[in-house]
Design a protein around this ligand. Structure first.
Ligand code: NAD
Length: 423
């Protein structure tokens, strides 16, 4: 496809689907990869991460041909809109892309660009690996016990955005429907009300849980925990868990995946599972927030509806050092968009200050998805080596004794030096 304002690199090949497959990719050694630097600190961490990922690709005999694409402020300047069609098309066409943070303008009528991108591209699983890197300051006593991957449903639940504002005609119509037609006649208090709808579908739940189980099998993990609030929201969150258990029970042999639907109230040691199988268990979201801190090493892969995933993954991220280093990615069928957990941190923007580790490690996740395991490991090890030698950006430096504070660009150079040393 030809683009209006996007410059396609002269060199490089496109990542494509393997013949006859819906989701397996053919990855050339010189792929074209679209990149959105993003708003705010994106203009600092974007170029820094790009250089580090180039160095890891180079050290493992490959070459990335970057293709700048635009969303947010840079798109408004060039296209006069937040999310141009050709940005979405470029990601669809090239299948694997990476982005920095995008600011969500506050006020009526603005939808989150991140939500729009995830929904338009049907990137249904938001995946956040949460692991500890040596040397990172953490608020908990044993941060190294955390090695967990969260799968958060990315297209429904509160992300559906179905809600009505207090004081509008529409919200009163919905109230009348709920009270008069659906029989909840004395449930909503009188006076102004805001109402939202939380759709959880069989399709959305099952494909997310399937993705989490497949990941656990591929990565040799022991357990998938379905995290929900089904004791209160039986027909949405509870149903998510039932559908998830159906996937575990019906789509995999018992000696590979063992569904434990009665696990909610049981100690895990009391559950008898076939030797070598991974267990799919369920836990309530509120208890889970507690256990993640008290029994960190018991958890492995978590699969959750959207809002639980939002809370739990941020909280898990805090245990291993916070937003400056927390990576993530959005996965759909045969495509992925890597992005850090953090936002655009406008106060720190354009000062060569922000920590690029989260975006760099999101690139590591992208390399994993591409099957570039050696480059992925190199990125992780080089970031860890840099941080554990006490060379860090401001956010970590202020929490450490005797650390050296580096600018974003200096830190990236240090990571690149370590890539060269370790390769
Ligand atoms: P934020 O993540 O931008 O910032 C929260 C705190 O973390 C700030 O104190 C900031 O200084 C710090 N921080 C974040 N990233 C950092 C980094 N790389 N290095 C060092 N410190 C870092 O969250 P916010 O302030 O709630 O949101 C700001 C904007 O970002 C909002 O418009 C929000 O909608 C948007 N946002 C975007 C994404 C995304 O693009 N996926 C995610 C979250 C928030």
């Amino acid at each position: 496809m030809s683009y209006d304002k996007i410059e396609v690199p002269e060199q490089g090949e496109k990542i494509t689907l393997k013949d006859g497959s819906e989701d397996e990719l053919e990855i050339p050694d010189n792929p074209i990869i679209p990149i959105i630097y993003g708003d705010g600190v994106g203009s600092d961490v974007g170029p820094a991460a790009q250089k580090v990922l180039d160095a890891a690709a180079d050290a493992t005999g490959r070459e990335i041909n970057w293709m700048r694409i635009y969303a947010g402020e840079s798109a408004r300047e060039m296209y006069d809109e937040n999310l141009p069609d050709e940005t979405v098309e470029a990601i669809k066409e090239h299948r694997v892309a990476i982005k920095g943070p995008l600011t969500t303008p506050v006020g009526a009528g603005f939808r989150s660009l991140n939500v729009a991108l995830r929904q338009t591209l049907d990137l249904y699983a938001n995946v956040r690996p949460t692991y500890y890197l040596d040397g990172v300051p953490s608020p908990v006593k044993a941060p190294e016990e955390m090695d967990m991957v969260t799968f958060r449903e990315n297209t429904e639940d509160v992300y559906a955005g179905i809600e009505w504002e207090a004081g509008t005609e529409e919200v009163e119509q919905v109230r009348d429907f709920i009270e008069d037609e659906m029989g909840f006649d004395s449930t909503i208090h009188e006076g102004p009300v805001g109402i939202g709808i939380k759709p959880i579908t069989e399709k959305g739940s099952k494909r997310l849980v399937r993705e989490a189980i497949d990941y656990a099998l591929e990565q040799g993990r022991d357990k998938v925990t379905l995290v929900h609030k089904g004791n209160i929201m039986k027909f949405t969150e509870g149903q998510f868990s039932e559908w998830g258990m159906e996937v575990a029970d019906e789509e995999y042999p018992d000696d590979e995946v063992f569904a434990a639907p009665d696990s909610l109230w049981e100690e895990q040691d009391d559950i008898d599972i076939p030797e070598g199988a991974i267990m799919v268990e369920e836990r309530l979201a509120d208890a889970m927030l507690q256990w993640m801190q008290l029994r960190t090493d018991e958890f492995d892969v978590l699969a959750m509806p959207n809002l639980n995933g939002d809370y739990l993954s941020d909280s898990a991220g805090a245990q291993i050092g916070g937003l400056g280093i927390a990576p993530g990615g959005n996965f759909g069928k045969g495509r992925m968009l890597a992005e850090p957990v953090h936002g655009s941190a406008p106060k720190r923007a354009n000062q060569d200050m922000a920590n690029p580790s989260a975006l760099i490690l999101s690139g590591r996740l992208m390399f994993d998805y591409m099957g570039w395991d050696d480059a992925a490991d190199l990125v992780r090890d080089a970031v860890e080596e840099t941080i554990s030698s006490g060379k860090v950006t401001y956010d970590l430096e202020r929490q450490l004794e005797d650390a050296e504070k580096l600018a974003t660009s200096e830190y990236a150079e240090e990571v690149i030096d370590n890539i060269e040393k370790l390769s």
